[in-house]
Design a protein around this ligand. Structure first.
Ligand SMILES: [Mn+2]
Length: 398
C-alpha cells in the first residue's frame, strides 16, 4: 500500500490579518502534482483542514475545487480526511455523502447507529485489496463516548481505542496492512513551534492506541517527526502556521509492503511562495532592526517578525515605524519579538531566606522583584495602587 500522508493545512488562516489563500492554493497545486507523480493508493489528510470552525465561502471553494483536482490526478486512489481540533466536525461532513461517491471519505466525528451503538465500522475504509485505513477524527479526551457503563471519563479514550482495535481485527480477516489516521498529541513528541502557553495540549500515551496498525498517520503536532518505538509519524504542516515553525515543510510518502513490515518513509518538500522570516536573526536594538527591514529587496515576498532587544520601553510608534519601513515593498510586516535586555540591578542584590521573606508584605516583595528585574525603583503611584489592592483582598478575606 502506498500512502501520501499530510495534515494541518489550516486553510483560511489569517496571519496577522494577511490572507494566506495564495500560499494554500500553491500548496494544493503542488499536492496535485505530487499525487500525479506518485500515484498512491490512498491520500490521508490527518485533520486541521481549516484553521477555523467557520471558514469563508472562498476558502471552502478552494478546498472543494483543489481536492477534486487532486483526486483526478490519481483516479484509482482513495482519499481519507479526518477532522482536527480546528475543524468543525459537522461542517466538514456536510458534503461527505456526495464525496463518498468519488472515493473521498470525510470522517468528522464518532456516530452512533439507530440502536445507540457506536458505529465503529464507519471508520474502517478499505483501500481496494491493499489494506485498510482507520479514520479517527479528533475528539477531546473528556468527550469520548461511553461504551462500557461506569468507565471513568479519563479512561474512555483508551476503551474506545481497544474496541476499535477489535473491530478492525474482525474486519481484517486476511491480515492486510492497516493504517490508522488520528489527530492527537502523542506523549514525548517534539512540539517545537507550538505556543503551549496559549492552548493546552492533551497528550496521549501512544500505547493507549493499541498496536493493531502498521503505520499511524498523525496530525496535530506541526513539527515533522517519527515517534520513537512505534511505526508512527507526524507529517507536519505543509505551510508554516507560525514564525516558530522554523523547519522544512513537506508531505510524507509511505510504503507498506505487507502487514508487520517496517514502513518505508520519505518526504517531498513543499515550497511556499511567501517565506516567514524573523529579522535580524539575533535580537538587535530597535533602530538596527528597522534598518534591516528597510534593507530588504522590494520584491521579496515574505512575512517579517522583527527581533528587537529593548533596554527600557518600546517606542510608542514602533508599529508605525515598521509599517513605514515596508511601504512600497512586497514584504508584510507582522509583529515584534521583544527581548528585554538583562540589566544588573543598581542596588546590591539582597539574598533573603524564608524567614526574612515571611516578614515582608506583598508590596515589599513586588518592589524587590521590580528592582531586581528592571534595575529601577517601583513608581510611587503604582506602589500605592498595589498597596490598596492588597488591603482590599485582605479585608475581603476576613
Ligand atoms: Mn494543527
Amino acid at each position: 500500500m502506498k500512502i501520501i500522508h499530510t495534515s494541518d493545512w489550516h486553510l483560511g488562516q489569517e496571519f496577522y490579518s494577511y490572507d494566506r489563500n495564495e500560499e494554500h492554493n500553491a500548496f494544493l497545486l503542488q499536492l496535485r502534482d505530487i499525487v500525479a507523480e506518485e500515484q498512491p493508493d490512498v491520500l490521508i489528510v490527518s485533520g486541521d483542514i481549516y484553521h477555523n470552525a467557520t471558514p469563508s465561502n472562498t476558502v471552502m471553494r478552494l478546498f472543494t475545487d483543489r481536492l477534486d483536482q487532486v483526486r483526478q490526478a490519481s483516479p484509482g486512489m482513495q482519499i481519507v480526511v479526518i477532522a482536527g481540533n480546528h475543524d468543525s466536525a459537522t461542517r466538514l461532513e456536510i458534503s461527505s455523502s456526495v464525496w463518498s461517491h468519488l472515493n473521498v471519505h470525510i470522517i468528522g466525528r464518532i456516530e452512533r447507529n439507530e440502536n445507540d451503538e457506536i458505529d465503529f465500522r464507519r471508520h474502517i475504509i478499505p483501500i481496494g485489496e491493499k489494506g485498510y485505513v482507520v479514520a479517527l477524527p479528533h475528539v477531546f479526551p473528556q468527550n469520548y463516548p461511553l461504551i462500557e457503563a461506569d468507565t471513568p471519563r479519563e479512561e474512555r479514550q483508551a476503551v474506545f481505542h481497544r474496541y476499535m482495535d477489535n473491530v478492525v481485527k474482525e474486519v481484517n480477516k486476511d491480515g492486510k496492512p492497516v493504517v490508522v489516521a488520528a489527530h492527537l498529541a502523542v506523549s514525548g513528541s517534539n512540539t517545537e513551534g507550538h505556543d503551549l502557553l496559549r492552548g493546552n495540549m492533551d497528550f496521549v500515551d501512544a500505547a493507549e492506541l493499541g498496536l493493531g496498525y502498521d503505520y499511524l498517520a498523525l496530525g496535530h503536532i506541526h513539527c515533522p517527526q517519527n515517534i520513537n518505538g512505534y511505526p508512527a509519524r507526524y507529517c507536519g504542516t505543509p505551510i508554516p502556521v507560525s514564525f516558530d515553525e522554523n523547519y522544512s515543510h513537506s508531505v510524507s510518502i509511505v510504503r507498506i509492503e505487507t502487514a508487520g513490515a517496517v514502513p518505508e518513509i520519505r518526504t517531498v518538500k513543499i515550497d511556499n511562495p511567501w517565506s516567514l522570516r524573523t529579522l535580524p536573526e539575533e535580537a538587535a536594538p530597535f533602530e538596527k532592526a528597522i534598518a534591516s527591514l528597510m534593507d530588504m529587496p522590494d520584491d521579496e515576498k515574505c512575512y517579517v517578525r522583527l527581533n528587537v532587544r529593548i533596554e527600557h520601553h518600546a517606542p510608542a510608534d514602533a508599529m508605525e515605524q515598521a509599517y513605514n519601513a515596508v511601504k512600497g515593498k512586497a514584504a508584510r510586516f507582522c509583529c515584534f519579538k521583544w527581548e528585554q535586555e538583562k540589566r544588573e540591578s543598581n542596588a546590591t542584590r539582597q539574598m533573603l531566606d524564608v524567614e526574612q521573606i515571611k516578614q515582608l508584605s506583598p508590596v515589599d516583595v513586588a518592589e524587590l522583584y521590580y528592582q531586581e528585574t528592571t534595575g529601577e525603583e517601583l513608581d510611587v503611584e503604582l506602589k500605592d495602587m498595589l498597596g490598596n489592592i492588597v488591603e482590599q483582598i485582605e479585608q475581603n478575606r476576613l
